[in-house]
Design a protein around this ligand. Sequence first.
Ligand code: ZN
Length: 285
Amino acid sequence: MPELPEVETTRRGLAPHLVGRTIESVLLRRPDLRWPIPPEIAERLPGQRITAIRRRAKYLLLDTDAGSALLHLGMSGSLRVLPPSTPVGAHDHVDLVLAGKARGSARVLRFNDPRRFGCLLWQPPGETHALLRDLGPEPLPGDPGGTAFDGTAFDGNYLFARSRGRSAPVKAFLMDQRIVVGVGNIYVAEALFAAGISPLRPAGRVSRERYVRLAAEIVRILTHAIDRGGTTLRDFISPDGAPGYFEQELAAYGRGGAPCPRCGRALKQAAIGQRATVWCGHCQR
Ligand SMILES: [Zn+2]
């Protein structure tokens, strides 16, 4: 599943190919993905110039003066910029045809999503879509939306303040999109391992000092993943490349039963909120 680093890598990879281009037409091969595709997509986008591509949490926003297309890659979605003659595959549900300045330079932005948990929605100018309204701050400094609604930036003090009185496991607390966005199952496992915090510990019983360390690890791990993703950028514009989800060196995630990279004891595995959770009972308290 694309996590925040893949979505951000997608955004960076697509931006030079999309920004400044005019959408000539919109081709919807089915009326819905996870949700119905609203009529504005086909009615308002043609003729509009893409002014920016932004990310909020794991949503991408294609901005035009008429409004923004709001995209989510869901479980299996990918976006490619392709020559218009590229044969259409079984799960290529949407094409935005982009006009070219020179002959032969037209392109299509093609949305492929085999499992159709992704979405394509509409955000009118000056409005915030309902899906984006209650989101917490971005974990990375400098991101659009990188401050909470009250102007609080994401850091250890913020996590400490929001967690007081909460008995839910710290893992569930961090995966709550109202607290912080985009820290999915992989990155929460890696950050808790790096910070030495047990995922089972009640969120309200983690000290300020440990949240400061944890917030720094979240930023470090996400930034590292995005930097690595930069090397696979070409996959987003290649007709035959695999989707740009990248391989990573993981210390905890997916390694239940394997030796802890720090102490060598077997990593534990359990389900928290129906999601597989791996940690070291010795190094994480
Ligand atoms: Zn260990």
